[in-house]
Structures are given as C-alpha cells and as structure tokens.
Design a protein around this ligand. Structure first.
Ligand code: IPM
Ligand code: MN
Length: 348
C-alpha cells in the first residue's frame, strides 16, 4: 500500500473549518484504496503573522517541497484589521507559494450541477475549465512608483509574459482540451490594447494548435468573454488565459455555477519539480468564521483535484460523484459545515 505525504495549510477564517471536512472525505476515500494519508499541518496565514511576524520562512518552504501535495484552506486578515499591511499575506504567502513551487497551471473547473444555485434563468449545460497562467502576468510584482504621494505620482505594474511561460500553459490547455469530448479551446486576452503580450499569446496558440489537429480554437477579448460568461456560459469548454484575466473570469464563472462555495482549484506544477497545491477559490470569509456556516464543498472538490493530480483518479471520481449527488439534492435547507462534510463523506 502506498502513502500520500500531504502538507495541510488550513490558514485563516473559515479555512480550518472547510479543510477539516475536506480531510474527512479524503481520509475516507483513500483508506478504501488502501492508501495511507500522512499529514503534516503548517500554521501559516494572517493570524500566524500577527503572532510571529512570519509569512513563509525559507525553512518552511523547503519542508513543504518534500511533500507530495499541499491542501490549502484560505488566508487573509479580517476587514478593518489595520495591523496587517494590505495584501502582505496574499503576496508573501499565497503568491510566493505559487511562484516558488512553479504552479504554472492554475486549474479552475466550472460545472453546473442540475440548475442548482445558478442566478441565470437558463444557464444551459455549463461544464468548462479555466487554465489560468499562475506564475507570470501582472502578478510578478514588477512595478514601482515615482514621486509617491505628489500630484505627479507615477505608478507602474508591468505584466511579465515569457515565451516559455506562455507556451507551457497553452500546451497544457490544449492537452486538456484534447482529452475532453468537445475538444474546444478559447484564448481569452485583450490583444487589441495589450499588444505585445496579446500577440505573444495569440501566436503561441496558433503554433501549439498545430500539435493538436482535433482541437478547435477561438479567441475572445476579456470584456466580450465576460458577456458570454453570463449570456451563454455553455459555449465554453477550455479557456486559457493570463493570470489576472483568469483571476477575474473564474470568480464570474463561480458565480454563474452556484457560487464561490462550490469552486475548486489546483495550482499545478505539471513538470512535478515541486508539489502542487489545491485550494478552494473562495477566501477566508472572516465574517462567518468559526460559526460552521461555510460551505466545505469547494475544499472537498479541491481534494478531488489533488487526488487526480497524484494519479488516484478512481478516488477523485468517487468524491466528485458524492458531491454531485449532494449538491443536486440541496433544497435550500441550512446545514452546518460539518453536516455537509459528513453527508459527502458518508456517500463516497
Ligand atoms: C485567487 C485570489 C488570489 C489571486 C489573491 C488572494 C492573491 O483572488 O486565488 O483567485 O488573485 O490569485
Ligand atoms: Mn481571485
């Protein structure tokens, strides 16, 4: 029997509550396969920073690199907590993990289960994935300010796009499209305005497309893509896009498929030179933390993505089926975080 050497970063707010449920389901499903889950928990996040002044010490990062995968809850300060510099934990912990572990594929699937929870009157059959670039774009911190605080202040935030970085994520998106029944890829960018990066992305898609003759591809500007995300989200199969556009479009995608409580994600290093990290798309929701009000479904589905990445696809499918059955049977009754986790764990 094998062992999964799992790092767990529950984080802040509702993070620990939803991660507890994801672990409940994960433990049950791997035990059935004769696999041992060997967990190491790490205390990191806003609360940890307040207590220690540490975001992600080098020794902790090195230790994380020895694990097979990371399950991540959510991080972030409570709104109005002025003790923590804005964005510090996001940049120095979450983004630092994505960059240091080379999580170049930020995979965010969107599926509508029945019509449960969609705010759209006729949502259609929504089932697509967003392959969001995870290590470049405007997220690299390549900015600066001149004459700060004066009326002549100049602020820059340069989006970094490398041929290597764009090509590897575009190829990953084509591979995923090739495995899906519809085999359709949509590049989302804004090349009419973002000329240099936009053309690198477009050229790369045209070039890589030749390796995948069965995959059809089209292009949408990000603004038009947001319209289709609301008027015809069923048109999408695989979306590939840069880090910032991907951030925005995946929140919208979550909203049209039943809300952020269901949206899972994987920060994946497809070359396996470092562990990949799986996390719900939602944040730490400090307003409802500690009250058993959070929906753990996104965290549970993130655990399924984790199993998929590690090659336990049967176990992953069992979690997904249990989640689909649970979500489709929801009828508006209020259940606690633990009750939802229990129900899904019982069904896997
Ligand atoms: C997300 C979040 C992060 C992002 C923030 C917290 C840095 O919004 O995972 O989508 O922008 O990537
Ligand atoms: Mn986001």
């Amino acid at each position: 029997a094998s062992t999964i050497n799992l790092a767990v970063i529950p984080g802040d707010g509702i993070g620990p509550e939803v991660i507890a449920e994801a672990l409940k389901v994960l433990e049950k499903v791997v035990a059935a396969e004769g696999v041992t889950l060997d967990q190491t928990h790490y205390e990191l996040g806003a609360q940890h920073w307040l207590e220690t002044g540490e975001t992600l010490p080098d020794a902790v990062l090195e230790d994380l690199k020895t694990r097979d995968a990371i399950l991540f809850g959510a991080i972030g300060a409570a709104p109005g907590d002025t003790r923590i510099p804005s964005g510090l934990i996001e940049r120095e912990l979450l983004l630092k993990l994505r960059f240091s572990l080379d999580h170049y594929v930020n995979l965010r699937p969107s599926r509508l289960y029945g019509t449960v929870g969609s705010p759209l009157a006729e949502p259609g059959n929504i089932d697509f994935i967003v392959v969001r670039e995870g290590t470049e774009g405007p997220y690299v911190g390549n900015g600066g300010t001149l004459r700060g605080g004066t009326p002549h202040e100049v602020a820059t935030e340069v989006s970094l796009n490398t041929a290597h970085g764009v090509e590897r994520v575009v190829r990953d998106a084509f591979r995923r499209a090739n495995e899906r029944p519809r085999k359709k890829l949509t590049l989302v960018h804004k090349h009419n305005v973002l000329v240099f990066a936009g053309h690198l992305w477009k050229r790369t898609v045209e070039a890589v497309a030749k390796e995948f003759p069965e995959v059809t591809h089209d292009y949408l500007h990000i603004d038009a893509a947001t319209i289709f995300m609301v008027t015809d989200p069923a048109r999408f199969d695989v979306i590939v896009t840069d880090n910032l556009f991907g951030d925005i479009i995946t929140d919208l995608a979550a909203a049209v498929t039943g809300g952020i409580g269901l949206a899972a994600s994987g920060n994946i290093n497809m070359d396996r030179t470092a562990p990949s990290m799986f996390e719900p798309v939602h944040g730490s929701a400090p307003d409802i933390a500690g009250q058993q009000k959070a929906d753990p479904t996104a965290a549970i589905l993130s655990a399924a993505l984790l199993l998929d990445h590690l090659g336990y696809s049967d176990a992953a499918r069992r979690i997904e089926s249990a989640v689909v059955a649970d979500v489709e049977s929801r009828n508006g009754e209020v259940r606690s975080t633990g009750a939802i986790g229990d129900a899904i764990a019982a069904a896997v």
